[in-house]
Design a protein around this ligand. Sequence first.
Ligand code: SAM
Length: 285
Amino acid sequence: MTETVDTSLDEQQKLELEAVEIKLLTEGIYQHYGFDFRDYSMPSLKRRIWKRVYAEGLSTVSGLQEKVLHDPACMESLLLDLSINTTAMFRDPTFYLAFRQKVVPLLRTYPFVRIWHAGCSTGEEVYSMAILLYEEGLYDRCRIYATDINEPVLQRAKEGIFPISSMKENTSNYIAAGGTGTFSEYYIAKYDYTIFRPSLRENVVFARHNLVTDATFNHFNVIFCRNVLIYFNSTLQERVQKLFLDSLEMFGILGLGKKETIKYLSVADNYEVIDLEERLYRRIR
Ligand SMILES: C[S@@+](CC[C@H](N)C(=O)[O-])C[C@H]1O[C@@H](n2cnc3c(N)ncnc32)[C@H](O)[C@@H]1O
């Protein structure tokens, strides 16, 4: 009599195997390409990896691992899947309003201001802040660095061309953010697109930078890192916040996204709160 072995996995075993495969995939990517997704928050990582598995016509995460390691184009596609690029101009307008009211007066006392937008995506945040700084008469004394892990989104940021369909929302955000001019003065409309004034990026350097694996590259008076850290687990948040602390001048400003906080991290004592609701902090030690 031949004995039959039950090779089917139960749900728990499937989850365990999937966790092993994801660990191997992220480790392989890190070793081979230097992109470190090992400490990205698991639920969204899993969803995005499976999206790429199916898009490549594969059926397992291990299959994707093989493809990604041997095909840089597949790695670039996965990179796009893994980085969530959602953004908007004057996103969370009250953040910009608080920045205008509480941070701009501090910046006025500086002869020169260095600003870093970390995780700038397609650049809407950068153009919004440039408009605000211009209206406050500060733009000319600012040097702005806008970075992202993702090359294609940076290319779009450099162009400063945004869909006309988003202008209604952008305009109302601009007004709610305390805009003092007329929003339409900052762009010209062409077919379905709007082309923003090139002067808004005159003082901006766009560059690829990986917050997880790359070192600090300058000292800044202001660092924005909005809606990026939500995708990192606490280990990674610790690491990136350490990078920001090393990159921020004393009394420099840190601006995070609405759902992000430094409260439970070891750097918390280095900052005082400027606006808790808007996640604006100032380095004090
Ligand atoms: C949701 S967007 C936020 C864009 C903008 N800051 C905002 O709040 O509207 C997150 C951005 O973080 C970038 N990102 C993710 N991981 C990164 C990393 N390790 N280093 C640099 N940028 C990263 C993504 O490519 C994406 O463009």
